[in-house]
Design a protein. Structure first.
Length: 172
C-alpha cells in the first residue's frame, strides 16, 4: 500500500483538496482510503445509543456493523495517541492511503500553502514535504509547485510520485 500525505496550516484547504483528489484518483480506477488527524476531541458515536453506552461502561473497543458499513471505535483511555505506523497497520490494504495531517511523520507529503493566510510555510522545516500546492506563484521555491485548483494535475503528481502511475498510465 502506497502512502502519501497532505499537510498545511489550519484553513489552508487541505480537506477541499483531499475531496477533489479522491474524485480524480478514484476515477482512474485506483483504490484509495484516507486517514485524517485532528487535534480536537471528536466522537462519531451518539450519546445514549447502545454503542455509546458500551464505551461509557468501559469497553476498550466497540464495533458497529450494518449491511452498509462498519466502524471500530477504540478508546485510548489513559494511553497515548498511537503512532501513525500502528494506525496504518489497522487499515485494509488498498492501492493508496492518503493522509491528511500527521505533518511530523516521515511519509512523503504535499504542503497546501496559501501565502494570503500570513502563516509561515512548513516545507523549509519538514524534509518529507516533496511538493507544494498553492493558489499563488512561489518564486524561488525549489520544490515542485502545483496549482491548488488543479486537482487532476495534483492527482497525477501523487500517482507518479508513489509509482502507481507511470508516464504512460497505471502501473499493474
Amino acid at each position: 500500500m502506497k502512502v502519501f500525505g497532505l499537510a498545511g496550516s489550519s484553513n489552508s484547504g487541505k480537506t477541499t483538496l483531499m475531496v477533489g483528489l479522491l474524485a480524480a484518483i478514484v476515477a482512474r480506477g485506483v483504490r484509495v482510503s484516507t486517514m485524517k488527524h485532528t487535534h480536537h476531541a471528536f466522537d462519531v458515536d451518539k450519546p445514549g445509543k447502545d454503542s455509546w453506552r458500551h464505551r461509557e461502561a468501559g469497553a476498550s473497543e466497540v464495533m458497529i456493523a450494518s449491511s452498509g458499513r462498519w466502524a471500530l471505535l477504540h478508546e485510548n483511555r489513559d494511553e497515548p495517541e498511537p503512532p501513525i505506523a500502528d494506525l496504518i497497520a489497522r487499515m485494509t490494504p488498498v492501492d493508496l492511503l492518503l493522509i491528511e495531517g500527521f505533518k511530523a511523520y516521515a511519509h512523503d507529503k504535499l504542503e497546501v500553502y496559501r501565502p494570503s493566510l500570513g502563516r509561515e510555510p512548513l516545507w523549509p522545516g519538514i524534509p518529507s514535504i516533496v511538493a507544494i500546492a498553492s493558489d499563488e506563484a512561489l518564486p524561488g521555491v525549489t520544490l515542485p509547485v502545483l496549482d491548488l485548483g488543479n486537482h487532476e494535475a495534483i492527482a497525477a503528481f501523487i500517482l507518479r510520485h508513489t509509482g502507481i502511475l507511470s508516464h504512460t498510465g497505471l502501473i499493474p
